[in-house]
Design a protein around this ligand. Structure first.
Ligand SMILES: C[S@@+](CC[C@H](N)C(=O)[O-])C[C@H]1O[C@@H](n2cnc3c(N)ncnc32)[C@H](O)[C@@H]1O
Length: 260
């Protein structure tokens, strides 16, 4: 049975950008693609560990995690369709439909928390609450990995404000990336030590990246859907153009941090 796409009742012009790409057929919705996700999983070593994935979305990383045989897995996403789809696929995994900051997980009960392309969608106050929550649920020495977009360190506050407003407008949902050094600060001030970090061009919508993330067949299918749907094409083009303007100032990055 095919997965349902979240918010399928919302029209093309108004649906949030990530669910627009999901409607076209994209499964990988994070800025550094599957390569970054694989690198993170390599560093934290999921096998036989208790892992929590914040915001699994369409489950591209959930699939990678399932192959690594964790001891337990909990996925938390505020979208009900996400949790319904994934619960049917991964019978030994638990999916909770809630905001990650309102989870009921026990104190110091998990080895790893992974959050890809979700903190950016939460405002700065919520980001802080979420990181504190991670600190609460992780065992001492446990890993917290984030994979997001971040501004280059020299970009000024005013430019960030203007860029965030313009990207939020075109994506139809609020996004608030920080400078990469401020993402690091968010973690260290909440008692995490940075273990590993990496950044690269945000190439999420380049053909090369799409083929690597989605394989040829799905890439062709996405191309056909765009070819035959003018409204989809128009919306994707406006998102691409907006990111093209901001791309010189932003990077895809991941940080793996350890709870002190
Ligand atoms: C851009 S998608 C990323 C999905 C997936 N992590 C990926 O990288 O492909 C963002 C996801 O974050 C979820 N989300 C955003 N903020 C959330 C929050 N505070 N609590 C739970 N889920 C959240 C959305 O429902 C959506 O599934």
């Amino acid at each position: 049975m095919r997965d349902k796409v979240p918010l399928s009742n919302i029209d093309i012009e108004n649906i949030p950008g990530h669910w627009l790409f999901a409607r076209i057929g994209k499964k990988v919705l994070r800025p550094g693609g599957k390569d970054f996700s694989k690198e993170i999983l390599n560093i934290v070593d999921v096998n036989n560990k208790d892992i929590v994935e914040f915001a699994p979305g369409l489950g591209a990383t959930t699939k990678l995690i399932s192959k690594l045989k964790p001891k337990s897995y909990v996925g938390i996403d505020l979208d009900k369709t996400v949790c319904d789809n994934l619960s049917k696929k991964y019978l030994n995994f638990t999916f909770i439909n809630s905001k990650v900051q309102e989870n009921n997980l026990e104190d110091e009960s998990k080895d790893i928390v992974l959050a890809e392309a979700m903190l950016t969608m939460n405002d700065n106050k919520e980001k802080d609450i979420i990181v504190k929550e991670v600190n609460r649920i992780l065992k001492s020495g446990g890993y917290f990995a984030i994979h997001e977009v971040g501004y280059k360190d020299g970009v000024c506050d005013y430019s960030i404000e203007v860029s965030n407003r313009s990207l939020s407008n075109v994506l139809n949902h609020a996004i608030a990336p920080l400078r990469i050094k401020d993402w690091e600060k968010l973690l260290t001030k909440n008692k995490f030590e940075i273990v590993e970090k990496k950044d690269k061009d945000r190439d999420m919508l380049s053909i090369k990246r799409i083929i690597r993330d989605e394989v040829i067949f799905r890439t062709l299918l996405m191309g056909l859907r765009l070819l035959f749907n003018k409204r989809l094409r128009k919306r994707v083009k406006s998102i691409k153009n907006s990111f093209k303007q901001q791309n010189p100032y932003i990077r895809a990055f991941y940080i793996v941090a350890r709870k002190n």
